[in-house]
Ligand binder design. Structure first.
Ligand SMILES: *[C@@H]1O[C@H](CO)[C@@H](O)[C@H](O)[C@H]1NC(C)=O
Ligand SMILES: *[C@@H]1O[C@H](CO)[C@@H](O)[C@H](O)[C@H]1NC(C)=O
Ligand SMILES: *[C@@H]1O[C@H](CO)[C@@H](O)[C@H](O)[C@H]1NC(C)=O
Ligand SMILES: *[C@@H]1O[C@H](CO)[C@@H](O)[C@H](O)[C@H]1NC(C)=O
Length: 376
């Protein structure tokens, strides 16, 4: 009797939030770049691609660009909707993950979901959340890795999903929201940046995590990953078309996402085991639209780990690359958000690029939810 009551109590704690998986058909189109690049199939092809990408003195995206073409398609997007036990939350957070992961980045199962952003958002803060596997990744539809799966088409996917969510037209979500928060991580922040620029009044607030507008340090990420052809990685080979590229070792994942001293080695092993690939088309369009002055009119937070490699070169407080004109590399973005209701930049002490994976995740979530509490 006692034992089953205890089990029930435990079950009630564990299942506090109600989540279900969705498959959402969408029809979208975007003006994509056309690159003169064969899909890299061998290790040497992949390495040559990354050496081209980091090569000083040229803009590799521009060097390979032959023009632009509208790409259209019908795709299935894999997503998960969560809400508090008692019903829909006070706003819907639309969460877009970055390169090397899928939507589980936001509700990471490691250590009994102890690190989960979704658990914090839904159970502690009373939001609903919508996480999606970016087009081309995880359980969402895949596509041509050069000229189809690019940032432009993924922005179109986020735009369509957001529109369906606001209209209450997503089958399986019996709630209609008037308040939205768009949150991205890394490449997902780039997608979110372009979404809120094109739809400046859609979201009440936006949070760009693992992000800055300083492109000086992407080479650490590009080379540090030791990327290989996806077909050489047994756990991914059957799930992705040839031409995708992935990080083949925990050393690569460590360099890209984890700051020294800020992580449980078992979390690194888990992140490596669950890693997902990227497309060369995504890597070439990672910076698309990011030097554009942003029209967003809601509240804006940029939250990035102090030791983030791709966006801060391992030290967001070193402002040498911007001649010391701002207190840190994130604060620089304020001039690019002239119409935001408020702008905040939070450097998360000791954190790496994978904010949701470090011991520092608590400090990151505290910054984000403090910001949202004062914004909404
Ligand atoms: C590189 O070239 C692309 C394509 O022409 C362009 O969109 C992008 O802004 C360029 N990047 C930089 C840093 O100049
Ligand atoms: C996660 O684990 C830590 C250490 O065991 C604990 O202090 C904390 O309360 C846990 N957090 C959640 C959300 O369960
Ligand atoms: C900011 O708002 C002003 C006034 O509405 C408008 O003229 C300007 O174009 C906006 N800036 C951007 C970058 O959208
Ligand atoms: C980061 O850079 C700043 C400014 O150059 C320097 O004062 C600080 O010691 C650096 N931090 C670390 C952790 O290296």
């Amino acid at each position: 009797m006692l034992k089953s009551a205890a089990l029930l109590a435990l079950a009630a704690v564990v299942t506090a939030r109600k989540c279900h998986d969705l498959t959402i058909p969408i029809s979208i189109s975007a003006r994509n770049a056309v690159f003169d690049l064969p899909a890299p199939l061998s290790e040497i092809d992949v390495t040559s691609f990354f050496l081209g990408f980091v090569h000083a003195g040229i803009n590799y995206t521009d060097a390979l660009l032959t023009g632009y073409k509208t790409v259209s398609g019908h795709y299935n997007i894999a997503a998960t909707y969560c809400q508090p036990d008692h019903g829909p939350g006070k706003a819907l957070q639309v969460l877009t993950h970055g390169i090397a992961f899928d939507r589980s980045y936001w509700d990471y199962p490691f250590n009994n979901h102890n690190y989960s952003y979704v658990a914090e958002a839904v159970d502690e803060q009373g939001y609903s959340t919508f996480t999606w596997d970016r087009l081309g990744v995880g359980a969402s539809s895949k596509g041509n890795p050069i000229n189809e799966i690019q940032q432009y088409l993924e922005v179109a996917a986020l735009t369509e999903l957001s529109t369906l969510l606001r209209k209450g037209c997503v089958k399986g979500i019996n709630a209609k929201f008037s308040k939205f928060v768009h949150v991205g991580h890394s490449f997902g922040s780039a997608i979110t940046y372009n979404f809120v620029n094109a739809n400046p009044d859609f979201s009440d607030a936006a949070v760009l995590t693992g992000f800055s507008q300083n492109a000086n340090f992407l080479s650490g990420f590009a080379l540090g990953g030791n990327f290989k052809p996806v077909k050489e990685i047994p756990s991914l080979a059957a799930k992705y078309p040839a031409g995708y590229v992935a990080v083949p070792s925990s050393v690569g994942v460590n360099i890209q996402f984890f700051a020294p001293g800020d992580f449980d080695p078992k979390m690194l092993a888990s992140a490596f085991a669950n890693g997902q690939p990227a497309t060369p088309g995504e890597i070439l369009t990672i910076g698309a639209g990011l030097s554009t002055v942003n029209a967003f009119r809601g509240h804006l937070l940029i939250a990035t780990g102090e030791r983030d490699v791709p966006f801060c070169g391992g030290n967001c407080s070193d402002t040498t690359t911007i001649q010391g004109a701002f207190p840190n590399l994130l604060a620089f973005s304020e001039i690019l958000f002239p119409n935001a209701s408020t702008f905040e930049a939070a450097v998360i002490p000791e954190a790496g690029h994978g904010l949701n994976f470090g011991y520092s995740h608590k400090a990151a979530y505290a910054s984000i939810f403090d910001f949202l509490r004062s914004s909404l």
